[in-house]
Design a protein around this ligand. Structure first.
Ligand code: BTN
Length: 259
């Protein structure tokens, strides 16, 4: 369990974490952050919980996380740029978290389009971005972060796909310290991002992306698109060259096809 005092201790950020809403158990930190954002919660406010009873993943999936061993939180941001840059926000979040995880673990992270973070090819963090806009301007965005910190076991099909910082490094991490590092890393990137400048984010994200030039399968609902991941589009989409054409995708699950 966290307390607000513990999380605030040593936190030197000005905006990220300036307001903390701390829960032992909640349905979903994203759902709660949305309610607060609609009531005017300020930029940088965080909803954090030890346990979620209805954690949400991408594409309406459920996000399950063992109580007490993950970081489960949502950040409210209110950037003023136009909505055509929304697709870059997941890359901002993924880059900030990857940099923080690398600092605390000393391990190299991989960024997988659009917003997963892997260590040694296994997913350690999922990000769920939800936003609301009016007349081409973002009202707010919620960055929901589920980071596996100290889990020891991943059962069933997750065994080959998921990991935690502890599983990769063999040591237990203080969730408070990891949280603090993420706050610092996001805030440092956000100075430019809030003005619509994603150049540092894109440079750091691309340096950690391994899918470009490789054959991928991109799954969207029942469709599976087979092609080569060519590049990142300027709006954050993924440019894929199939046998018949070149297309930009803005959502989907990507698997690198072993050849
Ligand atoms: C994914 O499907 O990979 C994204 C998972 C995001 C899960 C986090 S946990 C904290 C926040 N609250 C939620 O309900 N979901 C996100």
């Amino acid at each position: 369990m966290y307390t607000e005092e513990e999380l605030k201790h040593g936190l030197t950020t000005q905006v990220f974490g300036s307001k903390l809403f701390v829960y032992d158990s909640i349905d979903s930190t994203n759902a709660c952050a949305k309610t607060f954002a609609n009531k005017g919660a300020e930029e940088g406010s965080i909803v954090i919980a030890d346990h979620q009873t209805a954690g949400r993943g991408r594409f309406g999936r459920t996000w399950l996380a063992e109580s007490g061993s993950s970081l489960l939180f949502s950040v409210i941001i209110r950037p003023t740029f136009r909505t055509d840059k929304i697709g870059l926000l997941p890359l901002f979040a993924a880059t900030g978290i990857a940099l923080a995880v690398e600092t605390v673990t000393g391990m190299q992270c991989e960024c997988k389009w659009p917003n997963d973070i892997l260590i040694n090819k296994k997913k350690c963090c999922g990000i769920l971005m939800e936003s609301t806009s009016r007349q081409n301007k973002l009202d707010y965005a919620i960055i929901g972060i589920g980071l596996n910190v100290n889990q020891r076991n991943f059962l069933g099909e997750l065994e080959d796909k998921a990991t935690s910082l502890r599983s990769e490094c063999g040591i237990e991490f203080s969730r408070r310290n990891v949280f603090r590092q993420i706050m610092m890393s996001l805030e440092s990137l956000y100075t430019d991002v809030s003005k619509g400048d994603f150049s540092t984010v894109l440079m750091e994200w691309k340096a950690r992306a391994t899918m470009f030039g490789r054959r991928i399968a991109l799954t969207q609902d029942a469709d599976v698109i087979d092609g080569i991941a060519i590049a990142l589009a300027s709006d954050g989409g993924l440019v894929v060259k199939t046998e018949t054409c070149q297309r930009v995708f803005h959502a989907g699950d990507v698997t690198i096809v072993k050849q």
